[in-house]
Each structure stands twice: as C-alpha cells, then as structure tokens.
Design a protein around this ligand. Structure first.
Ligand code: NAD
Length: 307
C-alpha cells in the first residue's frame, strides 16, 4: 500500500510555524502582517475562496482586510484601490481574487500589485526571480507541492521528475522549483507523445492537468512518489458530487507515497498563502532589496519544510 501524504496535517504544521513567525514579528515591535484581499463582483466560488482565506488568516494572527467592489467597478478604480494598498505600510500582502469581470484586464491588474506584496507570486518580477533561482515570492500551490514532496523525499538531487501540465500557475513554477532542487525535470502537456512511457521512468510525478484519473497504474514505477494537483468535480454513482484527482488513486498502490484528493495539495495552497504574507511582512520590515535589485542569495530550500 502506498503511504498517504497527509496535506491537511502538513498544512497545520505550516500554520503553526507561520503563527510563531507572526508572534515573533509582533514581539519585535512590528505591526501584525496585513493581507488585503480584493474581490470584484459576486462570483460564488470566489466568495467561498475569499471567505476561506480570511478565516485562515485569523487562525495565525494575520490581519485580513477585505475590499469588496461591485461587478461594474471600473478598471481605473480597481487600479487606484491597488495603488493605495501598495502604499499602505500596514498592508504586506495584496491579493486580487480572479476571475475578474470581462471589462477588466486581469494581466494589467495583477501586474499593478507591488512585487514585494504579491503574495500569489504571479507578478512577472517574481516569476523572473523564480526562474533565475534568485528568491522572490513563490506561488502558493507550487510551494505547497515542494513541501509535500519534501515530506517524503527531502533530497531530489538527480531524481527523475515528470510534471504533467505547463500552466503559469502550477506546471511551470513547479518545474522551476524542481530544477532548483537539482532534479532532472521533464515537463509534459496535452500534446506530449508517449506520456505513459515518460511517466514510467519517473521517481516523482506531479500531475497538474485537470484531467480526471489520467495517470493509470501501469504509468507508475513501483516506489514512485505521486503528487496529485488536479481537482475535477464529478458526479459519483451515488448521485453525489465528488472531487477527483488526475491520478487513478486505486491503481497506484505500488507507489511509495501519494497525495489524496481532497486532503493533499488543496490545504497546502492556503497555508502557503499565509506563509507568503509573513515572508512579505518580514522582507518589508527588514527593508529587503527593493524591486529591480539583484537578489544575490540562492533560494532558501529550508522553506520547503513545513516544520
Ligand atoms: P490549466 O488548464 O491552466 O493547465 C493544464 C495543463 O495540463 C496544460 O498545460 C495542458 O496542456 C495539460 N493537460 C491537460 N490535459 C492533459 C492531458 N490529457 N495530458 C497531458 N497534459 C494535459 O490548469 P491549471 O490551472 O494548471 O490547473 C491544473 C489542475 O490543478 C486543475 O484541475 C486545477 O483545478 C488544479 N489546481 C489545484 C490547486 C489546488 O490548490 N489544489 C491549485 C491550482 C490548480
């Protein structure tokens, strides 16, 4: 039987570490880290996500400030709100929940967030820092993926890792983090040929395709580590909706370890958002290099440990 990598437990561990860091910042005379969450419109799923993020902030002592704007908010007004948050010394993280209404240019808005407060890690400056291995804020889900792998395989040097999916929010940043950890990385996607053969050689598979149960048992080498990022809602035989990952869970019990869906990568994403907010607050408190400065230090791999 493959071991279950318990994302909920590892996320709880990370939350404890984050809370201790918040306490230390406050004890040193700094304001509690502040996260501003901007929500435009009334998309149901976005409201749920924002509520979850705000509740999670409370647990670790991060101040959360919600800015709810109506669906007909102009782009200019939204940019002005973000500009104000960028300048506010009590705010250390700014997050703009997507999707945004159609009349707003999402890319422009996400780029207007100060890279130093970009706790989602989507700003091109942070993407550049990630791809050059020079620090910056790492996107939440990829950071969570690295922590989950680290919990069962702390040394990735020379390991064969296959990433399925090449999106900007999961596949590409995960691949860059894995390269920084000295793994041999193969990034695959919808047009990749012979995907089962490629996967069969992998020591680690990170599946982030959004294709339910794509990875079959015969794709997986005995002893491999499997990280299932995919989440698809499907109707079960009992007529109840259930969440399904990208890996055929029941077929891969010869793996060393696997993340379940739900309860694997999902809980890590919010925990990493909180950790990123504290990192941003720490950087701002210590006057870390400003935007454009060269981060000379190598990435700190201790951040892959949740404890
Ligand atoms: P995306 O649609 O932007 O990208 C999907 C990628 O997978 C693409 O590169 C595509 O080429 C590849 N792909 C799709 N079908 C494939 C197939 N059959 N074979 C090989 N490659 C295939 O998706 P995304 O935003 O990166 O998200 C991927 C999945 O991860 C989704 O299910 C999403 O819900 C989930 N997700 C989960 C979390 C979390 O917190 N747990 C966070 C982000 C995304």
């Amino acid at each position: 039987m493959a071991d279950i990598i318990d994302g909920r437990a590892i996320a709880r561990q990370l939350d404890e570490k984050t809370k201790a860091e918040v306490d230390a910042l406050v004890a040193a005379g700094n304001p509690a880290p502040g996260l501003a969450v901007v929500l435009v419109g009334d998309d149901g799923a976005s409201q749920v996500y924002v509520r979850r993020k705000i509740k999670a902030c409370e647990k670790v002592g991060i101040r959360s400030i919600e800015h709810r704007l109506p669906a007909d908010t102009t782009q200019e007004h939204l940019l002005a709100v973000i500009d104000q948050l960028n300048k506010d010394p009590q705010i250390h993280g700014v997050l703009c929940q997507v999707p945004l209404p159609d009349h707003i240019d999402t890319r422009l808005v996400l780029r207007s967030i100060s890279p130093d407060k970009d706790v989602d890690g989507f700003h091109p400056v942070n993407v550049g820092r990630l791809t050059t291995g020079t620090g910056g804020i790492v996107p939440c889900t990829p950071l969570g993926v690295m922590m989950l792998i680290n919990s069962v395989l702390p040394d990735l040097k020379g390991k064969d890792v296959v990433v399925i999916g090449k999106s900007n929010i999961v596949g590409k940043p995960v691949a860059n983090l894995l390269l920084d950890a000295e793994a041999t990385v193969t990034v695959t996607h919808i047009y990749t040929e012979n995907l089962p053969d490629i996967c069969r050689k992998a020591d680690v598979i990170v599946a982030a395709a959004g294709a339910p149960e794509l990875v079959k048992g015969y794709w997986v080498k005995p002893g491999a580590v499997l990280i299932d990022v995919g989440i698809t809602r499907k109707m079960g035989e009992d007529g109840k909706e259930k969440l399904v990952g990208d890996i055929a869970f029941d077929e891969v019990q010869h793996a060393k370890a696997i993340t379940p869906v739900p309860g694997g990568v999902g809980p890590m994403t919010i925990a990493c958002l909180l950790a990123n907010t504290v990192q941003a607050a720490r950087n701002l408190a210590s006057e870390a290099p400003a935007e454009g400065d060269d981060y000379a230090d190598a990435p700190d791999r201790s951040m892959y440990s949740a404890s």
